[in-house]
Design a protein. Sequence first.
Length: 248
Amino acid sequence: MNPLSGVLGEAWQMYKKFAGHLLAIAFVIYLAAAVIAALLALAGRVGVGLGSLVQIIAAFLLQATLVKAVQDVRDGRVDLSLGETVRAATPYLWRVTGASILAGIAIAIGLVLIIVPGLFLITIWAVIIPVIVIEGAGVFACFGRSQQLVRGRGWNVFGTLVLVFLILLVVQFLLGLIFLALPYVWRSGLSSIIAGTLIAPYLALVVTLVYYRLSATSPVPAAPGENYGGYGQTPLPADRHSNERPAR
């Protein structure tokens, strides 16, 4: 039996139900990063570089924040405000950043070399961000834990990722047609913010729900009290979705 059956539909239902909350989180973070980048760009090339760095870090913060938001709303209600959700996700920012960069480099190399290794890595590392935010895993430990969760369900995870990719491709195409009708100034300034705001929450919902589905059926649960990457955090049980942070 496929543990991920219906996960896309579940993600869509949650997206609709909590759209106001999730879209607000994405919009505020994207907009704040865009404004800071625009102001830094006034300082010249150095400012442009710093602005790009701010936007990259903001993207990682958004990933962590949206996973925390999904964890929060799984009980059917919003318990954390936008600011509280961001603050709850902030402690995981640097781990999410480090793991994402390492994964991105390895996946890029795999895709360039033979393609298949890259797709394999994308599959087994599909839930590294939820593993960090929900279980408190460290930068390196999250890779092994994600692979542990995906083991035996690789084709299910890969198929889900392919479907999500196709859905997002269609959405981006439709948004592209809409943006073409806008004046260039609006198109260049708002397209990335609007597209990111609409797409990022759904992607976070799918990835986080995939994590919960896999952890619920994993034959090897996260070991209580295990030290993840030197951070000494106790992971939350797989079926727990309260807003309580792991004990330090």
